[in-house]
Design a protein around this ligand. Sequence first.
Ligand SMILES: NC(=O)c1ccc[n+]([C@@H]2O[C@H](COP(=O)([O-])OP(=O)(O)OC[C@H]3O[C@@H](n4cnc5c(N)ncnc54)[C@H](OP(=O)(O)O)[C@@H]3O)[C@@H](O)[C@H]2O)c1
Length: 303
Amino acid sequence: MSPMYAVQFDFPGGRETLSYREAPEPTLGAGEVMIGFEASSINPADLKISGGRIAPRAGTSPFTLGWDVAGIVDQVAPGVEGFRVGDRVIGMSTMASTGRGTWSQLVSLPATSLALAPTRIDPTVLAQLPLVGLTALKAVDELGPLPDQTVLVVGAAGAVGSCVVQLLARLGVEVHALVRTRERADALASEGQVTAVYTGEAPTSTFDAIIDAAGIDAAYALRPGGSYVTCVPGTLPESVGAGGSIGATAIVPESGANLATLLGFLADGSLSLGEPSVFRLSDIDAALTAFENRRARRTVLIA
Ligand SMILES: NC(=O)c1ccc[n+]([C@@H]2O[C@H](COP(=O)([O-])OP(=O)(O)OC[C@H]3O[C@@H](n4cnc5c(N)ncnc54)[C@H](OP(=O)(O)O)[C@@H]3O)[C@@H](O)[C@H]2O)c1
């Protein structure tokens, strides 16, 4: 195997444990596609994993970090259909489950986790979609919202939250938003997809359903018998389940089919992604600083 470069860590710890270094090429397993990296994005899960708050359930050290990838097909395993060398694809690796990261010049993933992506959309846009889009879609599916429901999105200014807002809006749901700061509230209100934006606290016992993309307890805002979905494992409020309300945690699945659905929403304009801060993969330290300082809604890594 010839060497290439990847962002890896040997042991969980602080920023200094992460490095851009030579690493062996990943192997192309049965049913898989090898992708030449064009772009990825930074997500909170990356810091939770590199910092040791979440341990990968498979794989061995050193671990390559990263969940999202946009790139060009470099090799296709025998028998895989639907992908050819030179195609642009996007994919998401559930790194916490598989131990396989995407911040690498070559990335091998199951073909079923990938979708063909249009070449006219910039990789820095495409790379923002997989993890947050699939999570938002899963959260909305868990809820199974009806068009006449009023839904509160908690953390609506974040990456997952803003996708949830847009997916609900395209279903005709009345969307209310809870954000942390006035600045975020003003920005969200100007996007025109929410009926009301609250900072600090939302009205009590009001909403038919809540999707929490911030990991805080907002159950006080749910009407009796309502539905509550959290995107942050371990944060489903204990009070959900009392008074006939129901709750669920949305865990993101790898799914090429769902990515194709999300790409359709990007193409028809019902989903849009903001302007990211962009850094080279080799400049991972500066990229993480920008991510932590929230210079933009998203921080994207390019080859
Ligand atoms: N279950 C899964 O499979 C899965 C998949 C993807 C992500 N996640 C998790 O989902 C969460 C969100 O991810 P993300 O990428 O969207 O992160 P993000 O972009 O940082 O968004 C989080 C948002 O929550 C907001 N927030 C924090 N405290 C709040 C409060 N008290 N009231 C209102 N808003 C508050 C933040 O506000 P500011 O903008 O003011 O900071 C931010 O906008 C993370 O914990 C992530 O690990 C889970």
